[in-house]
Design a binder for this molecule. Sequence first.
Ligand code: FMN
Length: 250
Amino acid sequence: MENLLEQYRYFLKDTIRQTIDFRLTDQRKGVSPPPTEKPYDVNSNRIELMTKEHWHSIANIDLISAIQNRKSHRHFRDEPLSLEELSFLLWATQGLSTRADEATTFRTVPSAGCRHALETYLCILNVTGLAIGIYRYLPLEHQLLIVSINENLSEDIVTATFYQPFIGKAPVTFIWTTIPYRMEWRYHLAAHKVIALDAGHVCQNLYLASAAIGGGTCAVAAYHQEMMDKLLEVDGNNEFAIYLAVVGKI
Ligand SMILES: Cc1cc2nc3c(=O)[nH]c(=O)nc-3n(C[C@H](O)[C@H](O)[C@H](O)COP(=O)(O)O)c2cc1C
């Protein structure tokens, strides 16, 4: 047990960096970088999201108050989120600032080595104009891709989160997956800790941005790995869920 604790604590340290021969990473070996966004079938139906110029209902809130008042919310008004509000939250958590080159994007959140090894899925139960289902955010296009339409999603997400009932009532749950190779390409064994750190920034932006839509958020890290990956239709190895957060109106 002691050994196991040491092993897990080791993961949080940066000692690993001293053991890596960075000349042997795929990046240094000249392997082309993996895409900054998970590829998709360009013929699939996509939903256009709203860009900044069209956000009229997003409040210009005071940052100091938003930070001061930040707390987790698990109970929401029985009210949908609008596409405008959702567009804003997606931008705030993963939106693009600039695209440096084919494989490098700067976004509204920081990322180790600018690798952005996360993908955003949404469990949508109540957003005006969108059917109940799982969707994926495409940050490069600022569009949503439909993963699956599922009338039983409320029950399925509760089951996949070890029966946390508030998740089945939230209008939207953000589910972040990682595609670890995007980070491993550059950092090899030093990739995994920084992927977890990156997820924290994303969720904190969601907490603060939710305040601007009269909403609230609650981070969720307790979920059934295999069930969640199945719900998202990801393989559980090259891509898997790492963090969730519910959002709704308070
Ligand atoms: C990494 C992380 C994982 C969490 N997982 C859960 C969870 O699975 N279920 C839940 O109800 N709350 C979860 N929370 C919310 C915490 O319980 C909450 O942040 C904590 O009680 C402090 O409350 P506050 O956020 O209002 O300050 C999580 C928070 C974080 C940061």
